[in-house]
Design a binder for this molecule. Structure first.
Ligand code: 3PG
Length: 205
């Protein structure tokens, strides 16, 4: 899909209209972060109502949270950092896991676990596209998901790097939009990002 919408949901009631807004925008995927108590319930609601939407859990900081997320239906797990207990638990459960990295040491810890897709976090704050270009050069087998400060303005630059598999971010699905129930605006932003991914990929062919 090229995009990972990072979702902070306070009220699980919003999960269904949100799943609908994402699907209507052409993006059947979501990362629901474990930053709120509603996360597991929201994951369960979206995965039950929209089986075609690939739902995962984000901000997973402990193996216990990974367990809860997977029981709720999460099909993948994202973490801000490289936590070996989270990674090992997901590997045991055979659930794709994308830990966050931003140094060569962390990338190599992930390589030791045979992981080849990693979240690059916090993308903009740590140095953005030029930092990612430099850090990815020695690791030709790794693809990255830059997240943190990615938005409609810099998305194209990240997606143009061959080391980038997808970009993550909250700009399409901000918690303010969810709280204000502006699902039409979410669909509009999602569809704008989906079109940009298509354009960049056509251009790279
Ligand atoms: C994350 O949880 O991965 C990031 O905090 C998302 O960052 P953003 O809000 O800058 O997109």
């Amino acid at each position: 899909m090229g995009l990972v919408p990072v979702i902070v949901i306070n009220d699980a009631e919003d999960a269904i209209p949100l799943g609908k807004a994402l699907a209507e925008g052409g993006l059947p995927g979501a990362e629901v972060t474990f930053r709120t108590a509603a996360a597991a319930q929201a994951i369960r609601a979206i995965s039950e109502k929209f089986p075609a939407v690939l739902v995962g859990a984000g901000t997973v900081l402990t193996a216990q949270q990974a367990k809860e997320a997977i029981s709720a239906g999460a099909q993948f797990v994202v973490a801000p950092g490289f936590n070996i207990r989270v990674v090992d638990f997901c590997l045991e459960q055979q659930i794709p896991v994308f830990p966050g990295v931003c140094t060569p040491t962390e990338i190599e810890a992930a390589l030791d676990k045979a992981l080849s897709v990693l979240k690059f976090f916090p993308a903009e704050a740590i140095g953005g596209v030029s930092y990612l270009k430099a850090i990815s050069a020695p690791y030709s087998t790794v693809r990255f998901i830059p997240t943190g400060g990615v938005n409609a303005e810099n998305l194209r630059q990240y997606l143009s790097l061959s080391a980038v598999l997808a970009c993550g971010g909250s700009w399409m699905v901000s918690s303010q939009l969810i709280a204000a129930r502006q699902f039409d605006e979410i669909t509009r932003r999602v569809s704008e990002a989906v079109n940009l991914v298509k354009q960049v990929r056509e251009g790279l062919k």
